[in-house]
Design a protein around this ligand. Structure first.
Ligand code: GDP
Ligand code: MG
Length: 556
């Protein structure tokens, strides 16, 4: 395939503006899939994507398109829209020369439209604005055109107005891809230089690396080297994604495809790595900034005997999602487990759901926390404000873009939901890391009859300590069984008690229902009670069942 007939592009948009639907139409128009009523987000292959109706994982598809007697190879990379997955977006963009920026004709520019535009702009890609859903009754494509011109400085006559759902005007999107996006700048005569921009793990075939070839050619049987590990592999299979894997003899510079070479684990298949031919070393490609986890949570097997199964499930899933960080951890209450770092809350939920659905694992996920840096000094003099306005831009008469500096902790748990309900669903939200800021944070202990519960020590903002402490005490009260004596549940900062609940004394007599006679029945009940106690942990004189910890520590 001549390089000048190749186009590598991606579709980016705010969530629900119609990326996946547009991808379906493009696949149909190019004959990649048959045209049927059932083509709904065909690139969303994962169960979690189908259930939630969102794209989590970027997918690649190679399309063939005839135009004015020439055949073109269009490599389409569908990307997730939600803020938590912008890491997937920026990775996909490194394999592209252009993007289709899809904007809903009714909703107009939203937070992730802006975020995605700037990702593409910074990567110096051609941006083709596509106004979608013009079939909607409330569609106002002219207003959206003006927004695009105002915010992105793209002339309004460059906007293509379509209905991805009905297929209206979608052909002109393909035309624009050919006319406005340049072919990749590559050199086929140079030695092989391939970027691993994604990888998935297949139980039977090992790592399947998604590669974009910048230079040279790769064929089955070639010996290749990973610039990152310096390990050598033999290529077992190469091919294109159509959107399913379709083996080919070779992959040429300018193409996007997959490669299988007996790589077995996460470390061997680093995303951002450069592959080259054995004995023909090249300068590695720039690679990627590693993803920066923003939200941390503990993950434990429900039963410790499941530890090894869960470990291997996490290893496999992190191979499909390298933005998750994993560190071994252990908790007195929950046993051996891990501390995982995620890009956001939705990312965490999706990871958890994938573990359960794709790997049959049942896990306990603890309440997420955000990273803090502690400075050991006595001058935290500057009063930390919780949110600082940075700027304000009017997109048009009806819409304004506000920039604030927020502590991550404040937005991580329920900010998005509150914003949506306050604005009746009109506001949208995106964030990026602004670095560490000083804040008045305190360490809060939870005490049971005066003894600290190590598992429940948390770091909270001084102003929120009371309400969070109270909530934890209440949850603990509801899940602690009554014991022979009264239990005081307290939240404390240093020696100062800030919240308190009490569990009244109660004598649980397991034999109460036996009328003295049946001795074997008695024995059975006593044995069962003893077994139940094994799962208890003693904190001072208070017995805490594992269940109680789970209820307090779990997210929901
Ligand atoms: P994505 O999150 O950007 O991938 O969006 P999807 O492709 O999943 O589409 C989100 C929703 O918008 C789905 O319910 C689609 O059926 C709907 N949708 C997409 N394109 C159109 C369109 O042109 N017109 C209308 N009316 N609905 C559309
Ligand atoms: Mg989608």
């Amino acid at each position: 395939f001549p390089v000048e007939n190749i186009r590598n592009f991606s579709i980016v948009a705010h969530v629900d503006h119609g990326k996946s639907t547009l991808a379906d139409r493009l696949l149909e128009l190019t004959g990649t899939i048959d045209k049927t009523e059932n083509n709904k987000q065909v690139l969303d292959k994962l169960q979690v994507e189908r259930e939630r109706g969102i794209t989590v994982k970027a997918q690649t598809a190679s399309l063939f398109y005839n135009c004015e007697g020439k055949q073109y190879l269009l490599n389409l990379i569908d990307t997730p829209g939600h803020v938590d997955f912008s890491y997937e977006v920026s990775r996909s963009l490194s394999a592209c020369q252009g993007v289709l920026l899809v904007v809903d004709a009714n909703e107009g520019i939203q937070a992730q439209t802006v975020a995605n535009f700037f990702l593409a702009f910074e990567a110096q890609l051609s941006v083709i604005p596509v106004i979608n859903k013009i079939d909607l009754k409330n569609a106002d494509p002219e207003r959206v055109e003006n927004q695009i011109e105002k915010v992105f400085d793209i002339p309004s006559d460059e906007c293509i107005k379509i209905s991805a759902k009905l297929g209206t005007n979608v052909e002109s999107v393909l035309q624009a891809v050919i006319e406005r996006i340049p072919p990749p700048k590559v050199h086929r005569k140079n030695p092989l230089r391939a970027l691993v921009f994604d990888s998935t793990f297949d139980q039977y075939r090992g790592v399947i690396a998604n590669v974009a070839l910048f230079d040279g050619v790769v064929s089955k049987g070639d010996k290749i080297v990973s610039a990152h590990t310096q390990k050598t592999y033999e290529v077992n299979e190469v091919g294109v994604l159509n959107p399913n894997e379709q083996p080919t003899h070779k992959l040429y510079a300018g193409q996007v495809g997959y490669l299988i070479a007996g790589m077995k684990n996460v470390i061997e298949a680093q995303i951002g790595d450069t592959l080259y031919l054995h004995k023909q070393p090249v300068e590695p490609l720039p690679g990627f900034k590693s993803a920066k986890p923003m939200v941390f949570a503990g993950m434990y097997p429900v039963d410790q005997s499941e530890y090894n199964n869960l470990k291997s499930a996490i290893e496999k899933l992190t191979l499909n999602d390298s933005s998750v960080t994993v560190h071994r951890d252990s908790s007195l209450a929950l046993g051996a487990g891990w501390r995982l770092g995620f890009l956001g809350l939705l990312h965490m939920e999706v990871f958890n759901q994938r573990l359960e659905q794709e790997y049959n694992a049942s896990v306990i996920l603890t309440t997420p926390t955000v990273p803090y840096k502690a400075v050991l000094s006595s001058s935290k003099l500057i009063k930390a404000r919780r949110a600082v306005q940075k700027n304000m831009i009017f997109i048009d008469q009806n819409r304004v873009m506000l920039k604030y500096l927020f502590p991550l902790n404040e937005i991580v748990v329920d900010f998005y939901d509150s914003l949506k309900s306050l604005s009746s669903g009109y506001a949208s939200f995106d964030y990026e890391d602004a670095g560490y800021q000083t804040a008045e944070l305190v360490k809060m202990d939870i005490l049971l009859n005066g003894n600290t519960v190590e598992e429940l020590v948390t770091v909270v903002h001084k102003d929120k300590a009371h309400s969070i402490g109270k909530a934890i005490c209440e949850r603990l009260k509801d899940s602690l069984p009554r014991q022979l004596f009264e239990i005081a549940i307290q939240a404390a900062i240093g020696s100062k008690i800030i919240a308190r609940e009490t569990v009244k004394a109660y004598r649980k007599n397991v034999l109460a229902k036996c009328y003295g006679g049946d001795i074997t029945r008695k024995m059975k009940l006593l044995k069962r009670q003893a077994e139940g106690k094994k799962k208890l942990r003693k904190i001072g004189n208070v017995e805490v069942p594992k269940d109680a910890f789970i209820k307090v520590l779990k997210t929901r």
